[in-house]
Design a protein around this ligand. Sequence first.
Ligand code: ARG
Length: 570
Amino acid sequence: MQAMLREAKAGLAKLLADRTGLEKERALQLFETPRRPEMGDLAFPCFDLGKAQKSSPAKIAGDLARDLDLSGTLFSRAEPNGPYLNFFLDLPVFSGKLLRKIFLEKNQYGAADSGKGKTVVIDYSSPNIAKPFHIGHLRSTIIGESLARIYQFLGYLPIRINHLGDWGTQFGMVLSAWSKDRNEDELKRQPIGYLLQLYINYNKQASENPAYQEEARGWFKKLEAGDPETYQLWERFRNLSLEEFKKVYGRLGIEFDYYWGESFYNDKMGPALDQLRDARLLETGEDNVEMVRVAEDLPPVLLRKSDGATLYATRDLAAAIYRFEKFEPEEILYVVGRPQELHFRQLFLLLKKMGYPWTDRLHHIKFGHIQGLSTRKGAVVFLEQVLDEAKDRAREKIAENIQAGKLSPGVDQDQLAEQIGISALLVNDFKNRRERDLSFDWDQVLNFDGETGPYLQYTHARIFGILRKAGKPPGPEVDFNFLSEPETRELLKKLSLFPEIVQLARREYEPFIICNYLFELTGAFNQFYNHHRVLGSGDSEAPRLLLVDSTREVLARGLTLLGVKPLERM
Ligand code: ARG
């Protein structure tokens, strides 16, 4: 399914190629967007042709404008403008085709089947149990989920994997702390917080008392050796934490296919290490550590400590191999912050050295840092706190907006605050390319008039309101000649771009591209709506309603792809 403007462009390119002998591909590349809308919808510079035909570009533009037969294209006329040939869309034809298409395809407008039969593994969120939460986990959760939705929309089968940090020496400390002093009630009440507290306190004690360190190591050894009682306790810690994580994911509308955390690979690292040994890639370093040198200019990858314990990298090694054997994915995306850049470079090179042919399908989807995200209670420690704070602040903003007469008080305040809070967080994340560092400011994030989640939701709800008031469903049997004004034209063109935008967002792993497009779309819609009434506009009403409904469809789809649930009322 191709975007309409692109299709139209391709048609023109062929026409120009047939007429002038220029390569069709070259013609396609040359097209530009005119500087101002009055100058047409597509501009074709004639410099190349001028050179080839040893004639002036302006003369060529003039000749072509006269000679080209545009019948059967989506363009009604061509005008020369200096060395450029400007094309004007045949608006009734264009809008008829476009709006009928959106009307028929509904929430599948922009979808594709280019990913049919292909699987993509997306490794995201992946917080750690009994270790502090990083803002990176929030970003990973948000970006990873959006990418999964975008892939799914394009026909791929996304496999959502949460690579939970559920193994490692921190469990030695937690287990040891628990053996000395336990609080069952606290564990049940808030497992994540309680386990973290155990870890932090123990860490402090261990730094003063080496015996504590020794004991923690002993506990982790017991765990790694599979001692049943220790293992059961660990499993309990893990399950309780997981339940709490799942509650937060539920609020965000996220469901993972697998919680294959680091512990999942316990029995899968041995074979991978054997393979490295057989290939003579594994070196023994000082203190008997085992490692692999993957590149001259990079530090070696440590895979086994002197006491035989495995590491983060060892588990990622086993995980990559396992995932490929299990799913044969087209790609594996690791949605993890930039600080782990070295880790992933090493990992990918290591796999390449082992001779796996699929290493170019591994991608580290890195992102920048968020500065300044804190709550009124202080620094953020858990994912849930961020959502709660967003909700509280959204509630206040909503109350302000009701006072100002912008929102109606009839809507369920609690639900609305929850959804507005989440939309604000998500959109704030997608406002920039993911690799940019961000500074966080609650007032900006929740501003109803800025480029924010609340603003996009507000526009969506407003459109819904217009359609509700119309009292009858929009239909495609309308006179498209009534869609002619400049603002209407711009909105139509924006709508036609959506399919291309989704493809581009996938190619660049950038939900930002969709988010940015939604700001342009809502901008174009507001321009249109400020200039033209819809209800009660006589012959224009039916076609305009169809246009408004199409805008709603695309805006809702875009929001959904970002992980935002579009609101019908505010
Ligand atoms: N738990 C890790 C951390 O918090 C992130 C895991 C990312 N995924 C992976 N396969 N390494 O840093």
